[in-house]
Design a protein around this ligand. Structure first.
Ligand code: CP3
Length: 345
């Protein structure tokens, strides 16, 4: 793909732009009537992810509705644990539920070896989406961070505090590290195949970074994210693919994020005191409107959006996004309003 055609790729190269590129985390999802219309045909969400034609249709819905500057693969971060044999199911009202979560250290040793070919349905979705997208709209591939995947695999479901997980990692330190390094290898093989299939950019979601205090964050999460990024940077297939890191409310300073080998840092919505001057010229920045703002009046949406646009005005490499995913209660008209607002600023 030619960088000069895409605002998004230019921003990832840290160019100063008059209008920032725009895309939204969870831009394809239940807030869209078009999505719900397709979703109702599948009982299990993961079955829908295993259908590459449907994934293609879903990934294009927000592009068609809002003319966004990037598409994201329609899939889920839990495809890897599913391929490892942990039996991932999505239960209405509960989110993901694992049939065979990691309960003991021997469960880690008995895991299937990750075979990237088990996720061929994902790469097929990538190439379908890529072939259907307009030439100048890049496609983002993604994975969960090793830590976030481990947390779901041990907890076996979504939870507020992931108590089981935090206890498990304390009493099974070595096995947890072994598991994290295996997940890092799996993420590498998985992302490499997504890029081979046509993904132009990669985003790593560390959605449960917030569970770890600073030393543990480094030890159990950042360390593995950094090895994953370095492995991608060293492989000829992925060496030129820009990498975005989203870390949810991480207990670390600005420098720690900037000093990773990621090309772009996606800011969580509460990171208002992130030192953008320190980032200047070193990484691109993506974010970070609080998705809850989209539930408020147009005046309030405008006020909060302008605050962010004012602070990133002339920043070398700025991508407009939310500070976390769009929730099902958001009105698509507000997403349209927001997108126009940013373009007309
Ligand atoms: O536009 C897109 O971003 C679509 C692709 C996408 C999905 N999930 C589709 C999805 C992406 C990039 C994800 C990533 C993902 N999945 C994350 C990281 C992002 C974040 O929010 O921090 C996480 C933590 C997951 C795990 C996951 N998937 C959970 C906890 C849930 C259930 C919670 C919920 O929102 O219901 C999902 C389901 C899911 N993944 C849906 C979608 C559209 C909704 C499922 C449905 O329609 O029933």
């Amino acid at each position: 793909m030619n960088d000069s055609d895409s605002l998004f790729l230019k921003a990832l190269k840290k160019e100063i732009l008059d209008v920032p590129p725009i895309w939204y985390m969870r831009q394809a999802g239940r807030y869209m009537p078009e999505y719900r219309n397709v979703r109702k045909n599948f009982k299990n969400f993961l079955d829908m992810c295993k259908n590459p034609e449907v994934c293609c249709e879903l990934a294009l819905q927000p592009i068609n509705a809002f003319q966004l500057d990037a598409a994201i693969l329609f899939s889920d971060i839990l495809t890897i644990p599913d391929a490892l044999g942990l039996g991932v199911n999505f239960v209405e009202g509960k989110g993901p539920v694992f049939h065979n979560p990691i309960k003991t250290s021997s469960d880690i040793n008995n895991l299937n070896t990750f075979d990237p070919n088990d996720l061929n349905y994902v790469y097929e979705a990538v190439s379908n989406i890529k072939n259907s997208l307009p030439e100048d709209i890049p496609l983002i591939g993604f994975c969960g961070s090793p830590w976030t995947l481990a947390a779901y695999s041990i907890e076996g479901r979504s939870s507020k505090d992931f108590k089981k997980t935090t206890e498990f990692i304390k009493s099974n330190k070595d096995e947890t590290h072994f598991f994290l390094s295996r997940l890092t290898d799996a993420c590498f093989l998985y992302l490499r195949k997504q890029v081979l299939a046509g993904a132009d950019v990669i985003q790593i979601f560390d959605s449960w970074a917030n569970l770890l205090e600073s030393d543990d964050l480094k030890d159990f999460s950042m360390q593995y994210i950094e090895s994953l990024i370095l492995a991608l940077k060293q492989d000829p297939v992925t060496s030129k693919t820009p990498i975005i890191l989203f870390s949810r409310d991480p207990k670390c300073d600005t420098e720690t994020l900037i000093n990773t080998s990621a090309d772009c840092i996606s800011l969580y919505w509460n990171m208002q005191n992130f030192n953008i001057n320190a980032a200047n010229g070193r990484v691109a920045i993506q974010g970070n409107l609080n998705p809850k703002v989209l539930l408020e009046s147009r005046d309030f949406i405008k006020q909060e959006t302008y605050k962010i646009l004012d602070s990133f005005n002339k920043f070398p490499g700025y991508i407009f996004n939310l500070g976390h995913g769009i929730t099902p209660d958001i009105n698509p008209d507000s997403v349209k309003y927001l997108t126009d607002l940013v373009r007309e600023y």
